[in-house]
Design a protein around this ligand. Structure first.
Ligand SMILES: O=C(Nc1cc(-c2cc3c([nH]2)[C@]2(CCCNC2)CNC3=O)ccn1)c1cccc(C(F)(F)F)c1
Length: 320
């Protein structure tokens, strides 16, 4: 259900690009009638582009942690058919840039947990819909605004894949199971498991500011780096990791498990002590009570309230 009228009838498109990715350019645009600022992703029409739109639209329904799709147009530019995805404008840009800005002091566990929780909720929403994102990275995680309490949302469904849209569903009676290979049965599980691995890398970077696997020679992936990933060979260097909790490290270890079958699932992360401890409101209140004086006042108040309660109970006993 894409719009066939010309997008420029409804939106004013500004030339400055917000970001250029491998599968599309993102421009700023403004809705003519409402003035709403939006982001516009331009894709050359293809099966892949249409698949991206279908999955992104499906994924963003009822999930505040996925960039909202507002409109989709099918227009011709210079005789090239294009698919145009209009999205809510994420004024905070990419998490990637935010991490780079903080290179000197990475996030505290609480800040990191706040972002991780939003990513986990987005991925949980996808995995429950049997969709694997398959391209989780800080460049595809966008912030609603420049403030520290901005909401983090997942974008770019260019690599996303839906579980059972195999040509012949495995469950159909026409399917003769004798010849199916294990990877076909595993396939979708692997796809979801790779999202967990990527989240492990993102969590590691949020907590220390650098990636767990890197090649000395800069950005190009070297065969040494490939081997480190294949064997799960990474460290928690003391300088940055000494003051980070063992729960955080063990959660990362469960996510950066080489065997996808052994790797923690999204449910495992949602119920992990590290995440629940750091993001439950109790943790946040305790955090607010950081000021010892307030805590002592509160404890004194609780003590006297308990005494009062005891006296009332005692009185009650006498009456009864
Ligand atoms: O990018 C911004 N807003 C934005 C961006 C997107 C967006 C979608 C996609 C991407 N961005 C990229 C493009 C390639 C680079 N990575 C990000 C990957 N794929 C996507 O599908 C969606 C909605 N609002 C923005 C808006 C205002 C200000 C700023 C800045 F922070 F730069 F000032 C950024």
């Amino acid at each position: 259900a894409t719009n066939r009228n010309n997008i420029t009838d409804d939106y004013e498109i500004s030339p400055d690009a917000l970001g250029v990715g491998i599968n599309g350019k993102v421009l700023k645009c403004k809705h003519r009638r409402t003035g709403q600022k939006c982001a516009l992703k331009i894709l050359k029409d293809s099966i892949k582009a249409r698949q991206e739109v279908i999955l992104h639209k499906k994924a963003c329904e009822n999930c505040q942690y996925i960039v909202q799709v507002l409109d989709v147009y099918e227009n011709k530019f210079r005789s090239q058919r294009c698919i145009l995805i209009v999205m809510e404008c994420m004024e905070g840009g990419e998490l990637f840039n935010r991490i780079q800005q903080r290179n000197d002091n990475p996030y505290t566990e609480r800040d990191a947990a706040r972002y991780i929780l939003m990513i986990v909720q987005a991925v949980n929403h996808l995995h429950k819909m049997d969709i694997a994102h398959r391209d989780l990275k800080p460049e595809n995680l966008l912030l609603t605004n420049q403030s520290n309490d901005a909401i983090l949302k997942l974008g770019d469904f260019g690599f996303a894949k839906e579980g059972h849209n195999e040509p012949l569903p495995l469950t159909s009676p026409l399917f003769t199971p004798y010849y199916v290979a294990p990877e076909i049965l595993y396939h979708n599980r692997y796809d979801k498991a790779c999202d967990i691995w990527s989240m492990g890398v993102i969590m590691y970077i949020l907590l220390c500011g650098y990636p767990p696997f890197f090649s000395e020679g800069g950005h190009t992936i070297s065969s040494r780096m490939k081997n480190k990933i294949k064997t799960g060979d990474y460290r928690f260097p003391d300088a940055e990791w000494r003051n980070i909790s063992s729960e955080a490290k063990s959660t990362i270890q469960r996510m950066l498990t080489v065997d996808p079958v052994q790797r923690i699932t999204i449910d495992g992360i949602l119920t992990s002590s590290w995440l629940t401890e750091l993001t439950s409101d109790r943790a946040i209140n305790m955090n607010a009570l950081q000021d010892v004086e307030t805590r002592q006042q509160l404890e004194a108040a609780v003590a006297s309230a308990t005494d009062d309660q005891r006296r009332i109970d005692d009185d009650l006993d006498i009456e009864i």
